[in-house]
Design a protein around this ligand. Sequence first.
Ligand code: PMP
Length: 309
Amino acid sequence: NTATTKYIWFNGEMVPWENANVHVMTHALHYGSSVFEGIRAYETPNGTCIFRLKEHIDRLFNSSKIYRFDIPFTKEEVMDACCKIMTENNLPSGYIRPLVFIGNVGLGVRVPDGAKAQVMVGAIPWGAYLGEEGLKKGVKVGVSSWRRLAPDTIPTEAKAAGNYLSSILIANECAQNGYDEAVALDVNGYVSEGSGENIFIIKDGVLYTAPYTCGLLPGITRLSIITLAKEVLGLEVREQRIPREMVYLADEMFFSGTAAEITPIASVDGIPVGCGYRGPLTEKIQKLFFDVVQGRVEDKWGWLTPVKK
Ligand code: PMP
């Protein structure tokens, strides 16, 4: 997605898109010292609303905490920037990208004491991540030969740029093999996640998803689905380790994520999942999800933040 907009919020100021630049000696470019978020804003009957803004900014600050990055802004200021970037760019809906990174602090690997991180927030229009067709019919996926990060290597609870080197390897390989997306296994061979999405499996009416300890990013969409499935649909949800063969025997399967929203999985390694297209429970969960994020049902959970105060 190469869409551009008028403004980027950069270190506290709204600057024109073309002026939001960094130096080539930027630490983050060399060593991956950055953490970020991906957030969606939707059009609702009450105007543009950001979905689970607080949880995303909490995660951004948690990611920074793990790496000891010092953010010179409060959570409120960054949340405010997320709202402003939508209104200043006149975006009715879109994808918001906050990024915290280490700038030009020299080429030592360790971030010098006292160095402040830089912060930017951009937003762009973004439709269905895996295509409109994908949302309706489901996508074809393959199990990657690349494993996700081992727990004592790079922490997957931080949404850090470096984690996406693993995602790039996984996504490249699956595209090369003719798939739309991948299922990556963890270091022990259990199902972990996609290159940029969490995974749910439905078997005999029960929803399964891998626990945090399987090398995955604890997705905010994942948590929202667990809440909606239990509280609204009365479904049983089990967070448990998922052996590889379970994906071949699933009744239904789908990806969840801010960008991917809820994307059904039609086949794995060429083996159809259930009926081979979006299953009935997936459709129900997907419809409920879109009703919630687009404000068509009551927001009992306080998940929607209007961009205009
Ligand atoms: N896993 C990875 C690797 C991701 O990049 C994402 C997208 N942020 C997710 C899972 C889903 O997380 P969320 O629902 O918070 O967007």
